[in-house]
Design a binder for this molecule. Structure first.
Ligand SMILES: [Zn+2]
Ligand SMILES: [Zn+2]
Length: 239
């Protein structure tokens, strides 16, 4: 799906993987679920690109529903998968998910999420054998020159990625516009957040970013500006 010129998305909005293009080359931000691999060629085609043009997969964090096809990409194309240094062990499958559990749920939306993911291979996700790591404040040598803003809380190594040339801020699960466990929409703390107070504190690090597109790991793009997204997340937890 095309969001804007040079900015596309795989999936329906339930689990997001984004493709960004810069001077004929592509960065994939989050690798969703494994089944998206079969959608990748067509989406790249719609951008006038092929899988050969993809320079790297950049992960907002190490959760399994963001790793998706990343290991397959790395193995088949011999190109790098990037993640914040504090989520590297999680992405490699060396440590357990730090999330305490599901939190509040509603049966039907939760089942829809689980079915959507399972049909797309979420029960056979392969950890990433080898990752390239980055730290806070880095500007990455990838198409789009993403700038890293460390936003710990959802996971210790959660990172937002600002691509100023596309006026886009990829927030991963630092906030969500869809809670997959309840079906609630609008900016909110994402389910499976390990440390909610830390996640709320991290939102301060995003508040100064000017971006037309706020692009979460789950849910539709937010175009109301970063400050209003942050405000709504805070309101959703009553704080
Ligand atoms: Zn997550
Ligand atoms: Zn997620």
């Amino acid at each position: 799906m095309r969001i804007a010129p040079s900015l596309h998305r795989l999936g329906s909005g339930m689990v997001n993987s984004y493709l960004i293009e810069d001077a004929g080359e592509v960065t994939i931000v989050d690798a969703g679920v494994p089944g998206y691999w079969s959608d990748l060629t067509a989406e790249l085609g719609a951008m006038g690109r092929t899988v050969e043009d993809v320079r790297g997969v950049l992960l907002t964090h190490g959760h399994s529903d963001h790793i998706g096809f990343a290991e397959r990409f790395r193995r088949e194309l011999g190109r790098d998968v990037w993640v914040h240094e504090l989520d590297a062990a999680l992405a490699r499958g060396e440590v357990k998910n730090p999330s305490p559990g599901l939190g509040p749920t509603r049966l039907r939306p939760l089942l829809e999420f689980l079915l959507y993911s399972a049909r797309r291979g979420a029960l056979r996700i392969t950890s990433i054998a080898e990752v390239v790591t980055f730290g806070d404040g880095a500007t990455l040598d990838l198409p789009g020159s993403p700038r890293v803003i460390h936003v710990p809380g959802h996971t210790p190594g959660s990172a937002a990625l600002h691509v100023s040339q596309l006026d886009a801020l990829f927030v991963g699960d630092a906030l969500a516009t869809l809670a997959v466990t309840t079906g609630d929409v609008g900016p909110r703390i994402a389910p499976f957040t390990a440390d909610v107070p830390a996640a709320l504190a991290s939102l301060d690090r995003l508040a100064g970013v000017d971006a037309r597109w706020v692009l979460p790991g789950h849910g539709q793009p937010w175009t109301g500006g970063v400050p209003s997204a942050v405000e709504r997340v805070r309101a959703s937890v009553g704080g």
